[in-house]
Write a protein that binds this ligand. Sequence first.
Ligand code: ARG
Length: 457
Amino acid sequence: TVEKPWSGRFTEPTDVFVEAFTASVGFDQRLYAYDIQGSIAHAQMLAHVGVLTHEESAQIVQGLREIEQDIREGRWQWSIALEDVHMNIEHRLTEKIGLVGKKLHTGRSRNDQVATDIRLYLRDAIDEIGRELRRFLEQLAQLAETEAETILPGFTHLQSAQPVTFGHHLLAWCEMLLRDQARLRECRRRVNVMPLGAAALAGTSYPIDRAYTATLLGFESVAENSLDAVSDRDFAIEFAAVSATLMMHLSRFSEELILWSSAQFQFIELSDAFCTGSSIMPQKKNPDVPELVRGKTGRVYGHLFSLLTLMKAQPLAYNKDNQEDKEPIFDVIDTVRGCLKVYADMIPAIRVNREKMRAAALAGFTTATDLADYLVRKGLAFRDAHEVVGQVVRYCVVNAYHLEALPLEVFKQFSAEIEADIYAVLTLEGSVAARNHFGGTAPQQVREAIIRLRERW
Ligand code: ARG
């Protein structure tokens, strides 16, 4: 058994089950590269202020770099007896370089160390997630460009409402993702604050230079208050909240993709590479990827609640409860990154069935509002026009007509104001082209929105 770094005041060994119960190395080993990065910066700062000699600091740095390589290349065994990633690495350092390794922890605590590690880890993860998000956005914008003129029914209450262009619909998704991207950037700023130097909770009596360490680690600022620095986890809660909102958006996309690839809609077909079959029903091709993304939304919401509840009512400063922050954070990162990646990969492989979209738009009286607007232009009040068109639609339902197929004599029975020019108004193309203002669904607006979009991400 290994000697614990804190064994001095203890007379009895740790209970075997308690040792495993309290250990975090099983999961916090993921932080190892960041733990070493933080330790290297700390050692260099200690030499910079004269607490360590440059020779000592160089030995520590060299030892830590070797350890990093050993771990990366698998020449390594994590020990539960050494509890966490921090003590495992420090213990090995002393084995490697002897007495001077024991000086690394001068002016530091695992409390500020772990807070620093998670922030470094999360900062990189946010950047990676940001890159996948950007890639997903680019794919959506690309598809929107190709489908700028494609018409499908827009829905409210999942009932056909008005024709919209598919490009416009795709750009709605882009807007949600752009807001997620902005929230992620905001969150990154609050992650990128350095707790190191807070030590256990009160700071340290050594003449540390926190700004120096922060520069080495690329932190934008230094935590103002040592008590807050070691106990704050709201950066993680914020990240989980941003992620939960992003997943909520992905779940909405997923739902549409699933609906649209059903036999009832057939608006799109997902490529075989992103679907699976059924072990009993030979005809099945299931949209597993969107279904899984929709499902994974739940676990991210769950992690947000875990973190909020973990922090609820915790007194200052560090408490061991905080060790429970890591698994939720890691799983949020993995989940969000994976979902974005699979969607960025999947979008270009979507086959769009323009004919089915068009047929659905034609079937749902989706240009009824255009007929009402036409009557308003002829002088009717909108409410009266609404009533007239309602009667026309009822007639069409009973007599199985599409609106634009109704003979002019029939139209005239409902309103004498209706002339032959109504047919141009009632086409799907006429309907979408008419909505030609900023934020509207007209193909021209879609193209202009895509140009702006590409300057906004
Ligand atoms: N494994 C611990 C954590 O995850 C590191 C900090 C431990 N600090 C302490 N005083 N026990 O939070």
